[in-house]
Design a binder for this molecule. Structure first.
Ligand SMILES: CC(=O)N[C@H]1[C@@H](OP(=O)(O)OP(=O)(O)OC[C@H]2O[C@@H](n3ccc(=O)[nH]c3=O)[C@H](O)[C@@H]2O)O[C@H](CO)[C@@H](O)[C@@H]1O
Ligand SMILES: C=C(OP(=O)(O)O)C(=O)O
Length: 429
């Protein structure tokens, strides 16, 4: 199992290229299932979840080719097997995104319930409820969601869908299903994330009729057929935010090429309040920060909420900054019930954190000291990398397959900025 070895204490300087967003690429790969024509996606990040999704669609009969420049060509013209088996979905929650497109185009889908997840229980009841409102008959049997159209129907029908909570992949499933449904669908309480907007823009390129994406009310007029398209995946705001927090923590000056400041308002506001200089520049975002953080940065309290609020996917990385910033802070996680798995590992590095329910109380310390720690989920892994970059001495991060699921060559990018970080390949657990 690979590990990351970090020798902390170096400032980060230079330029880093931000990749396409994992959370946009995954639904967009599924959107290619909606048409029998070729779809070309550019700026697809090179990471494990994308490889898993490609394996999943190939298993359905889709022809999918990826080149070294981040372009993926897909053709679902001969899709014969509208199923997502457990073996292929167990490591990736986003596989549920196959359900809406398969059902909409083929009138049938069999998708495994995703496996357990470290950050919370993550049910898919809202996905099922919404698709049922569009006329689908869905049963959950032997760990699979088996969805069909009623006898005599060839298309889903438009519906008004009001979910109990804002759900990102739920909104994406409904968008894709509604694009091919008969009549109008109104999504109320829709997620507003930039990845939803990017997916909607791709669907519009395919001939879908969508209005209101980027707001909580999305209106879709279903069409009979969608065609192929070419689309570039939006920049990854979570990868960019992770690099912003890394530079804030270590000190230094970095230009994040392709990063979108307008997608990161909540995180950038907090970084500025902490004392970093963050500014959009032509083609990206620049951050500069003074070291040591314990002298120059002030810890920030925050609470995770849906976009445009502070993203839950940035909670762990910002906490890594708070642990070595000046003063006390309160970090509240409102989206997932178990997303503080990084806390115990940060404590092993010398952090002072006390968790009570949804709240982590952090007391900034002067210095962290390197240790062996365990990655427990994707963003927890990223937060440990940040902590390792500032800790004195060596930090060894175990189980980095979590990190590889969602970051495109992270250690190579950090090395390019001057970090002392290496992958220890094949080391035993
Ligand atoms: C691939 C992808 O885009 N993943 C993102 C997506 O996950 P994902 O789309 O799975 O997260 P949701 O927005 O659906 O989850 C929000 C909350 O709603 C709950 N819920 C959701 C659906 C449902 O049917 N029932 C239910 O109870 C979840 O357990 C969670 O507490 O949004 C999350 C919240 O921003 C991010 O952390 C993930 O990185
Ligand atoms: C939780 C995440 O992803 P997923 O929904 O794919 O598990 C994430 O990207 O932080």
């Amino acid at each position: 199992m690979d590990k990351l070895l970090i020798r902390g204490g170096r400032q980060l300087r230079g330029e880093v290229l931000i990749s396409g967003a994992k959370n946009a690429a995954l639904p967009e790969l599924c959107a290619a299932l909606l048409t029998d024509q070729p779809v070309t996606l550019h700026n697809v990040p090179r990471l494990q979840d994308v490889s898993t999704m490609l394996k999943l669609v190939r298993n359905m009969g889709v022809v999918a080719e990826r080149d070294d420049n981040g372009t993926v060509q897909l053709n679902a013209g001969d899709l014969t097997n509208p199923e997502a088996p457990y073996e292929l979905v167990k490591t990736m929650r986003a596989s549920v995104l196959a359900l809406g497109p398969l059902l909409a185009r083929f009138g049938h889908a069999k998708v495994s319930l995703p496996g357990g997840c470290a950050i919370g229980s993550r049910p898919v009841d809202q996905h099922i409820k919404g698709l049922q409102a569009m006329g689908a008959e869905i049963v959950v049997e032997h760990g699979y969601m088996i969805a069909n159209l009623p006898a005599g129907r060839s298309r889903l029908k438009g519906a008004r869908i009001l979910t109990d909570m804002v759900t990102v992949t739920g909104t994406e499933n409904f968008l894709m299903a509604a694009a091919l449904a008969e009549g109008e669908t109104l999504l109320e309480n829709a997620a507003q994330e930039p990845e939803i907007v990017d997916l909607a823009e791709m669907l519009i390129r395919m001939g879908a009729k969508i209005e209101g994406h980027g707001t909580s009310h999305i209106r879709i007029q279903g069409v009979e057929k969608l065609h192929g398209c070419e689309h570039a995946v939006v920049a990854d705001r979570i990868e960019a935010g992770t690099f912003l927090c890394a530079v804030a923590a270590t000190g230094g000056d970095v230009f994040l090429r392709h990063a979108r400041a307008d997608h990161m308002d909540a995180v950038i506001d907090k970084l500025r309040d902490a004392g970093c200089a963050v500014a959009p520049e032509e083609g990206g975002v620049r951050i500069s920060s003074k070291a040591p953080a314990s002298e120059h940065l002030k810890a920030q309290s925050f609470s995770t909420t849906e976009y445009p609020g502070f993203p839950t996917d940035m909670q762990a990385q910002f906490m890594a900054l708070n642990v070595i910033a000046r003063g006390a802070s309160m970090v509240t996680e409102t989206i997932f019930e178990n997303r503080f798995m990084h806390v115990n590992e940060m404590v092993r590095l010398g952090a002072t954190i006390h968790v009570e329910g949804k709240v982590a109380m952090v007391e900034g310390v002067q210095q962290l000291s390197g240790a062996t720690v365990m990655a427990t989920d994707l963003r927890a892994s990223a937060s440990l990398v940040i902590a390792g970059l500032v800790a004195e001495g060596e930090t060894l991060i175990d189980r980095i397959y979590h990190l590889d699921r969602g970051y495109d060559r992270m250690e190579a990018k950090l090395r390019g900025l001057g970090a002392d970080i290496e992958r220890v390949t094949g080391a035993t657990a």
